[in-house]
Design a protein around this ligand. Structure first.
Ligand SMILES: Nc1ncnc2c1ncn2[C@@H]1O[C@H](COP(=O)(O)OP(=O)(O)OP(=O)(O)O)[C@@H](O)[C@H]1O
Length: 343
């Protein structure tokens, strides 16, 4: 009877991210891990590809095809395209064994700083995309649960989740978020800073994918023992011709300074707002850094030096949010320290 009225194995947990969407199926684990990108034919608004296939088209599509990222800064920027993308991922993850197989219940995350209108948009898009019921959970709470932090304990834990669009800083204790800071500066902002630096310093136009590539290959938040360099291809903005330059990790680090400083400020503000007893827990247990942006070289060291608190990068930085949503689904725990939204 559970299959019709309650939980069943096809229920889904979704980390609907600005950069990547991950889907975990109850009883199976993570089955989808794809970029949040959709390729559309502009002539008839037809969806041509979603996910990995669509990302390959980013920045290199012919005139009538556009590859778009329907989420920006962690929230829905294009409702119809987000819904279509969700539908594609939900269908792909759901095994329709019988015609009467129920539609799945879905737990999906939202950044902690979003408005009720933005929350409603995620809820509606999930329902329209085929969910029977949708529940929203705040991203830092999901990340903390997925990373096995003791969220139910009176001990304070701090998690910093750096995604593509948002950086979320939260102190969690007794099943609730005690302090939170959410800024719309994260991995995408790093890419933009690199893109701008390459244009200003070398008159070289590069795309977002190339900027992200540079960040992953040589990006860093602190001086490196062995500095790195990378060859970059782009288009000379003056001659319009293809050009190649060699770029060093040191100059990329300088380019990343501004977004890194803003991130540090958000962390310091959160520490400042943390009640003293919880702050002393953080001194003891340290801060957990998660999300794809956490993998920037030396970010943990920079944050530790700036705040004086130990910082650890989660070994499962990319999976914590979806795993946290999956745990909530598994425990059937749709109340407590997170948002529930159900029509
Ligand atoms: N090795 C790396 N070094 C630096 N940044 C990285 C690395 N690997 C991935 N990233 C960055 O991580 C970001 C994506 O992280 P993640 O998948 O956690 O984001 P998201 O959940 O889609 O975004 P959001 O939570 O903001 O909606 C991208 O900006 C990507 O460039």
């Amino acid at each position: 009877m559970d299959m019709f009225f309650g939980q069943y194995d096809g229920d889904l947990a979704i980390d609907l991210g600005t950069a990547n969407t991950l889907v975990s199926v109850r009883g199976k684990g993570i089955v989808i891990r794809e970029p949040s990108v959709v390729a559309i034919d502009k002539n008839d608004e037809r969806i041509l590809a979603v996910g990995i296939e669509a990302k390959r088209m980013l920045g290199r599509t012919p005139g009538n095809i556009v590859a778009v990222r329907p989420l920006k800064d962690g929230v829905i920027a294009d409702f119809d395209v987000t819904e279509a993308m969700l539908r594609y991922f939900i269908d792909k993850a759901s095994e329709k064994r019988y015609p009467w197989t129920p539609r799945p219940r879905v737990v999906v995350c939202v950044p902690s700083g979003v408005t009720s209108v933005e929350k409603r948009a995620v809820f509606e898009a999930t329902i329209q995309a085929g969910a029977r019921q949708a529940y929203l959970i705040e991203e830092p709470m999901a990340a903390a649960i997925g990373a096995d932090l003791p969220v139910e304990e009176p001990t304070g834990s701090m998690v910093i989740d750096i995604g593509g669009g948002t950086t979320e800083v939260a102190v969690i204790a007794m099943g609730g978020i005690v302090v939170s800071q959410s800024i719309r500066i994260a991995g995408d902002e790093f890419d933009q800073a690199i893109l701008q630096h390459v244009r200003d310093a070398y008159n070289l136009a590069i795309g977002e994918r190339t900027a992200e590539d540079i960040k992953i290959k040589v990006g860093s938040a602190v001086p490196l023992k062995d500095e790195l360099d990378v060859e970059v291809n782009g288009r000379d903005v003056i001659s319009g011709l293809p050009k190649t330059v060699r770029i060093e990790s040191e100059e990329i680090r300088r380019a990343l300074n501004k977004p890194l400083d803003e991130m540090t400020k958000a962390v310091k503000d959160a520490l400042d707002a943390t009640p003293p007893d919880l702050a002393s827990d953080l001194m003891y247990y340290g801060i957990l850094l998660t999300g794809g942006g956490a993998m920037l070289r030396g970010l943990d060291v920079r944050l530790r030096d700036e705040t004086g608190v130990a910082v650890n990068v989660s070994p499962t930085a990319l999976d914590n949010v979806v795993n946290g949503c999956a745990r909530v689904l598994e425990a059937n725990a749709f109340d407590g320290g997170f948002v529930q939204s159900n029509a």
